[in-house]
Every structure is written in C-alpha cells, then in structure tokens.
Design a protein around this ligand. Structure first.
Ligand SMILES: Cc1cc2nc3c(=O)[nH]c(=O)nc-3n(C[C@H](O)[C@H](O)[C@H](O)COP(=O)(O)OP(=O)(O)OC[C@H]3O[C@@H](n4cnc5c(N)ncnc54)[C@H](O)[C@@H]3O)c2cc1C
Length: 418
C-alpha cells in the first residue's frame, strides 16, 4: 500500500517491518520475518549484495567468526547452512587456552561437551552471501541496496523514514541493524555506554608448519589475547585466522612489519606450537570498543546486533549474540503479528529487550573481567589466574558449564535455534 504525505509528493511505501543494515544480523532477521509472511524492507548502504560464488577459493576472506552450534541451527533454519558448508566452514572440536606469563592452561573438547563440535570458524562474507541467497529473493523481502537513511520521524502509527534518494518508508516496526556506529540509533536519540578497550585487533591469515587439528587456540601474552583459529582451505588444514588483540602501539608496530617478520613474531609469541608461521594476507586492524545501548527499544523501534552491543572479540561471541537478538525479536514480533496484536508496540518490544539484555550484559561484563585479570601484571592476579585455569581444568562439571556458555546453549532459546 502507498500513500502520499503533505510534505512531499513522493509515494510513501508501507511495510510490516523496515530493517536498516543488511549485515549478517539484519539479513537473518529479514529472513525470519519474511518466512512468517511479513512484508519487510531491508535498507543497506552498500551498493550491491555479496554473491556466494565469489568465495571458497584459495584466499580466505580476512574477517572470520567462530559460530556456535546454536547459531548454526538458526542458519540451518534459514536454509543458509548447506551452502555455507559447501563453500567453506571449518569445524573445531577442541579449544586450548593458556597463559604465556605462567603455567596455567585449560582445554575443552566436544566429547566433554557431549556435542559433535564446539563450533565452526566461518568467513563472515561466506555467512552473509549464503544468507543473501536465501533471504533476498523471498517474496516478502524488498532489498534496498545503495540506500542511506536521511531522516526519521515518529507518527501515530509508527515510524516514517526518508532515504537519501528521496524514497519514503512507513512501518510499525523499524529495526536498527546498522552496526556498532548505528546512525539510526543516534537519530532515535538512544544513548550508548562506551568503553575503549585500549586495544586494537590485528587480523590476518597464516599458513603454519603443523596442522591445526580442529583446535581453536588462544594464548594470553601480557594481557594481549592471541588467537589461532583453524581454517581448512581446499583440504589443507594448516591455515589459521589470526586475531591478536593488543595495545594500539604494539598493533601499529606489528602492522608495519614485513609479512616474513610478522610471521616470525606470531610464531615466537605462540611458542611455535604450530611450528613456523607464514603470513599469507595483509594485516587488518580494528580498534576495539565495547558499547552497550541504554535501551534496545522505543515505541515502534528496536536495536539488534552490534547496533545494540559490541563486544571484545576475545570470546568470539559478537555475531552469535546478534543472531540471538534477531531470533528472539522475530519470535516476539511474529507471535504478536499472528495474533493481530500491535507488533511494534512497546509491550511487545519490551519482551524482546527483557529476554536479551541480561545475556548480552553478562557477556560484556565477562569480557571486562577478563581484561582486568589477564591485563594484570600484579603477581597475585597472575597467580590467581594460573591456579584458576589449572584448577578449572580438573573440574569436569564446571568445564561443562563453561562449554554450554561458549557454545550458546544458555537460557530459553527461541524455537528457530532449538
Ligand atoms: C577482529 C574481530 C573479530 C571478531 N570475531 C568474532 C567471532 O569470532 N565470533 C563472533 O560471534 N563475532 C566476532 N566478531 C564480531 C562480529 O564481527 C560482529 O558482532 C558482527 O559482524 C556484527 O554484525 P551486525 O550485522 O550486527 O553488524 P555489521 O556487520 O556491522 O553490519 C551492519 C550493516 O549495516 C550497514 N549500514 C551501516 N550504516 C548504515 C546506514 N546508515 N544505512 C544503511 N545501512 C547501513 C553496513 O553497510 C553493514 O552492512 C569479531 C569482531 C572483530 C572486530
């Protein structure tokens, strides 16, 4: 249905939901709502969607995520997982974490967790391109690529959005999925608590001398977590994606090294656990800032994914939390919509915020705690963390609890993730 406003002769297009940001989280949400029969506009600043055929070759895309089995179930529900699996996903069955400043270490295995895998390392572009294949062609989805938001207004019946190209959209449910620096969150006047982590993440891809053995490894080196995440490229399981979260000065000096010198630095920082290291990609840097929005919802508006919270990559939880936001918001909205209740009303949206805020806050708090504990050179804290890690390694029930957290199996899961 289209109407015209007094202010402009341009037609106003009506949608059941408008999502701003077609990243992994916004696209997953669009798929969930459209599969239930809702009419959804998906507004994205980038000119065109990624195509899956561009991925799966010899050079992995630089950004990867450790996806939990719960996220895998959501992606399966959306029909994206088989294409991701056919392109490139690397399962990991073991995790090893150790403290380079002491002797503490802890390891986890999928057998102990009673699960086939602990998770999969997947290039973000593979996940997004597979979601695009499944979602953008659904009958209820109108993808509006190459569009930026210009103005936001509140009406009696919802939100009215003006795009830079003059298009006007009206909806009872506007969703900000436009990432950590969400313009829509700012337009809506939602405040955000920011904490600079005083670290940059240095990301690259390496080829190691030894095979990764389906193991995700992380060392804490003077408060700087260095992760070697397993990647299997064309059957070769000696590749790893590196995430080294370190001081901005250290990240600058690492990024200025030649590939050969960076490989040497990575190999020795990792005590050559995987032998010699060859860097096969450029080094990319991401300043790390934890953010948490003061509110996730207003009447007719909700925040999801990094627009609501961004978290230190150390626990590999960012997009997994975002997928849970999308699944829970979709569940609450679809239930209201099917009952004929106002799906954008604050009563509906508050149920979403209540179900998600605690989980997201707990994870953000945990990352702050890690920073204090592992960033410390105070001897008593070093001792405590070494005793803690080694002690914990002996406690099978406690390790099971940690593994359930890490694999996303916590709280009341939405139906799409069970
Ligand atoms: C180094 C590093 C490692 C990480 N590792 C992991 C990991 O192992 N596991 C994990 O779960 N998470 C990880 N994360 C976090 C994860 O990458 C993010 O949580 C995730 O990408 C957020 O997805 P999103 O869809 O919410 O936002 P984004 O991916 O930021 O997508 C936002 C989309 O909105 C669009 N957009 C922005 N502004 C506008 C606008 N004004 N109008 C229209 N469109 C707009 C953008 O173009 C983009 O497509 C890591 C992050 C970093 C930095």
């Amino acid at each position: 249905m289209t109407t015209q406003t007094a202010a402009s002769k341009a037609p106003v297009e009506d949608f059941d939901a408008v999502i701003v940001g077609a990243g992994m989280v916004g696209t997953a949400l669009a798929g969930l709502l459209a599969k239930a029969g809702m009419r959804v506009a998906l507004v994205e600043a980038k000119a065109s969607p990624l195509q899956l055929s561009a991925f799966g070759g010899h050079a992995p895309a630089p950004r990867v995520s450790a996806l939990t089995p719960v996220s895998q179930r959501l992606l399966t529900h959306l029909g994206a997982w088989p294409a991701m699996e056919a392109t490139r996903v690397t399962p990991y069955r073991y995790m090893q974490v150790w403290d380079a400043d002491g002797s503490g270490s802890i390891d986890f295995s999928s057998d102990e967790a009673g699960a086939p895998v602990l998770g999969h390392i997947v290039e973000n572009d593979v996940t997004l391109a597979a979601l695009n294949e499944q979602v953008l062609h659904l009958p209820g989805v109108s993808p509006l690529f190459g569009s930026r938001i210009q103005a936001l207004q509140t009406t009696d019946t919802g939100r009215w959005l003006v795009l830079e190209d003059g298009r006007q959209l009206h909806t009872p449910l506007l969703v900000a999925a436009d990432g950590a620096r969400s313009a829509l969150r700012e337009l809506a006047g939602i405040e955000v608590a920011e904490e600079a982590m005083e670290q940059d993440a240095l990301v690259t891809t390496v080829l190691c001398e030894k095979t990764h053995g389906a193991t995700a490894r992380q060392a804490f080196i003077a408060g700087s977590p260095l992760a070697f995440l397993p990647l299997t490229v064309k059957g070769d399981d000696r590749y790893c994606s590196i995430v080294w979260s370190t001081t901005p000065d250290h990240a600058t000096s690492l990024a200025s090294l030649s590939r050969e010198a960076l490989g040497d630095a990575l190999g020795s920082a990792f005590s050559h656990r995987l032998g010699e290291v060859t860097v096969v990609d450029s080094a990319h840097r991401f300043p790390l800032v934890q953010r948490h929005a003061a509110h996730y919802v207003q009447p007719n508006l909700a925040l999801v994914g990094d627009a609501a919270h961004s978290i230190h990559p150390l626990a590999g939880q960012g997009v997994n939390l975002g997928f849970m936001d999308a699944a829970v918001l979709a569940e609450e909205v679809i239930t209201a919509w099917q009952r004929g209740a106002p799906w954008g009303a604050l009563t509906t949206l508050t149920r979403y915020e209540r179900r998600r805020r605690f989980d997201n806050s707990a994870m953000l708090g945990l990352m702050k705690g890690f920073k204090v504990l592992f960033g410390s050179h105070v001897p008593v804290l070093t001792l405590a963390r070494n005793i803690g890690m080694s002690g914990m390694n002996q406690l099978v029930p406690l390790k099971r609890v940690i593994m359930r957290q890490a694999t996303g199996e916590r709280g009341r899961l939405p139906l799409s993730c069970r």
